[in-house]
Design a protein around this ligand. Structure first.
Ligand code: ADP
Length: 657
């Protein structure tokens, strides 16, 4: 098997083949087979997209309505200047006479120079009003665009944080960020490309059509001939462009996902000297995207070139025809000039629509992808809802019955036939070799996943019926791989409880034996710890995580190798505080150092996803089973274990992860 990555050219060729296959199948579904971001739907129809977009406008519809009204007024005012030009040509410079009734009624001056000045003044006034009204509308629309963007981003974020864990791992953090930034941002832009600009175009179109009809209906019929051509090009080309934009967006998400991952794992990248390889991968992804972008560029230009030819040709044809009508004496020169002005105004919105059609498709593709994400089922959707029965005093009783579990997408069970009854307030330890399923069992108790078979109950209530967010508020989890946010030490400890006071934060730090090292930091609790806590040692991070769990005051505590990064001395210190922490709570502990769990109420030995032994330390030591074996193995001094403590041979100490 070769690990040589495929070049962007090879991937692009495959992409074109997939694209062809999809087009000939008549399906417009995205062809970017290398990115699994497709939702349950293929391409949505324009109406579906519009309806979804309209939904996002809730709360801003009145203001949008008002901005559309201002556009209407501003556009209508723009129709006045060409008429004024025609008027000047025919009535002031030409030989036509203004009807006497009109002169009297409006009190118009009879001298031509005065009339000319008046016309100019009116034109300036009209332009000023049109600009003021138009700017107001544009500002309101821009404001609403930002509001819609922030609303869509909020919806996407809210939804993404509730997706099932395995889906989030698939999308990668950079991938989600890409959807939030690019795609959700594009949805806001739709306000201009889907409502504001088309509306302006429609008003201008109808206005000019009406005026043209008054000037000369034959000319109008000629100009209307362009409309079927527009419709046809739109139908045949635009539909092809959106899938291309979708794929480009998917590629960008893929690229962002990988880049974020590379920087997240920079220590590994550096320690294996893989900077060049990572750069290469980034460049290859980028090259693929560039190839796709060029393809979309060609598709878009085809439409634009069509327009660039069509519009001057149409104008020339109408100029020719209109000129003949003047020669025939059917219309005046002023009429023809006016007509040509209006014709330009008629074609202008169409040209704007045509040139923005491709960016419009790009934004629509963004909306399509946002909807894909919002359509994905959330974690445990449709289950739960019941309040967690808050157990008073001593934690909660947890029972596991007939539990089997396979990770989503995997067919082999990693846990089988697990049965456990844990009365409230007890400490349970899971032991077993690596890969036995200890973490998975804790994941199920924390309800990061639901059992494939069997049930877990909390004070007698099936976990699946409890509202998962409320349930998790009762949990405190300290994992081996500690995740800290870039912020101050104090903020990280307070993460577990909203509105914690500085005294409470300090108290928790003291109990977790973290206060001492925090005080030694240059800014104490206000020290910024860097992304993921890179400025702290493994042991310090672990103590912060314990303080965070202590402050959250959970009724169920899960400690997954929570002390594995501590040296023996600190572990002994923390052990005392952990015991305080575990008192009055139901706790699940995974530990390699068996000395730390010897006093557990129940020790469960797992092997290949099954329980092979359970009992107290004393009971298990009486049997010559797996547990006793493990204890004896750990007691054996190894060459690396200089202080003869109960250490496993390859255990990390105070390491920087
Ligand atoms: P332990 O905590 O005892 O070391 P785990 O519970 O982490 O073991 O893993 C048990 C088994 O589940 C392993 O075979 C591992 O490969 C598998 N596993 C763990 N996490 C996942 C996951 N997210 N998806 C699929 N399989 C997983």
């Amino acid at each position: 098997m070769s690990f040589r990555p495929r070049t962007s050219r090879q991937r692009y060729r495959q992409y074109r083949i997939d694209l062809k296959a999809h087009e000939t199948e008549g399906s417009m579904r995205t062809a970017a087979a290398h990115v699994k971001t497709k939702g349950p739907h293929g391409q949505r129809s324009f109406l579906q997209l519009f309806a979804a977009f309209y939904g996002f406008l809730r709360g801003s519809r009145a203001i949008i309505g008002f901005s559309l009204l201002t556009v209407m007024v501003a556009t209508a005012l723009k129709l006045i200047p060409p008429a004024a030009t025609g008027f000047v040509l025919d009535y002031i410079l030409g030989s036509k006479q203004i009807p006497a009734g009109v002169v009297e009624r409006f009190g118009l001056p009879t001298e031509r120079p005065t009339l000319l000045t008046l016309t100019a003044v009116v034109l300036v006034a009209v332009a000023a009003v049109a600009i003021a009204v138009g700017m107001t509308g544009r500002y309101l629309n821009t404001l609403t665009t930002k509001r819609v963007q922030s609303r869509v981003r909020k919806r996407v974020f809210e939804h993404a944080v509730r997706l099932p864990l395995h889906r989030i791992y698939q999308l990668k953090s950079g991938g989600v960020a890409s959807i939030l930034r690019e795609d959700a941002g594009g949805v806001g832009e739709l306000l201009f490309s889907m409502l504001y600009n088309p509306w302006r175009a429609v008003i201008q179109l109808l206005g000019t059509l009406a005026i043209l009809a008054v000037i000369d209906w034959r000319l109008l019929v000629g100009s209307l001939l362009v409309i079927p051509i527009i419709y046809y090009t739109h139908r045949s080309w635009i539909g092809r462009i959106r899938p291309l934009w979708r794929d480009i967006r998917a590629s960008r998400q893929y690229m962002d996902g990988h880049a974020t991952e590379a920087f997240g794992g920079m220590r590994v990248v550096r320690s294996f000297g893989r900077q060049r390889a990572e750069t290469g991968r980034f460049i290859r992804n980028n090259h693929l995207m560039i190839r796709q972008e060029l393809l979309a560029w060609w598709a878009s230009r085809t439409i634009e070139v069509g327009w660039a030819v069509l519009i001057p040709a149409a104008s020339a044809a109408l100029l020719w025809y209109g000129g003949r009508r003047v020669l025939e004496g059917a219309i005046t020169t002023g009429d023809l000039v006016m007509f040509l002005f209006y014709l330009a105004m008629l074609l202008e919105p169409l040209a704007t629509l045509a040139s923005s059609a491709t960016s419009f498709q790009n934004s629509l593709a963004g909306l399509d992808r946002v909807l894909d994400l919002l359509d994905e089922p959330q974690e445990f959707e449709g289950t739960g809802g019941a309040d967690a029965p808050r157990s008073t005093g001593v934690g909660a009783a947890i029972a596991i019955r007939g539990l089997s579990f396979a990770y989503p997408g995997a067919d082999t069970c990693v846990l089988e036939d697990i049965d456990l009854e844990i009365p409230a307030g007890r400490m349970v330890a899971f032991v077993g070799s690596s890969g036995a399923g200890k973490t998975t069992l804790c994941n199920l108790i924390a309800r990061f996943y639901d059992p494939t078979e069997g049930v877990i109950t909390f004070d007698g209530v099936d976990l699946r019926t409890i509202d998962v967010e409320r349930y998790r508020r009762l949990l405190g989890v300290v994992e081996q791989d500690i995740f800290l946010f870039d912020g101050t030490v104090g903020e990280n400890i307070a993460y577990g409880r909203r509105g914690a006071t500085p005294e409470e934060i300090r108290g928790a730090a003291e109990q977790a034996h973290a206060a001492e090292f925090i005080d030694r930091l240059d800014r104490g609790y206000d020290t910024i710890i860097g992304e993921r806590g890179v400025r702290l040692s493994g042991g310090q991070r672990q103590r912060l995580a314990i303080a965070r769990a202590l402050l959250a005051d959970p009724c169920i505590l899960i400690l997954d190798e929570a002390t594995s990064n501590l040296d023996t001395e600190s572990e002994r210190l923390i052990q005392v505080s952990l015991e305080t922490l575990m008192r009055d709570r139901t706790s699940f502990v995974i530990a390699h150092r068996l000395s730390t769990i010897a006093h557990a109420d129940l020790i469960v030995v797992l092997e290949h996803g099954r329980i092979v032994e359970k009992g107290t330390h004393a009971q298990l030591m009486d049997r010559s089973g797996r547990y006793r074996n493990m204890v004896q193995m750990q007691l054996m001094p190894t060459s690396t274990d200089a202080n003869g403590g109960m250490l496993l041979p390859r255990e990390p100490t105070e390491s920087r992860a």
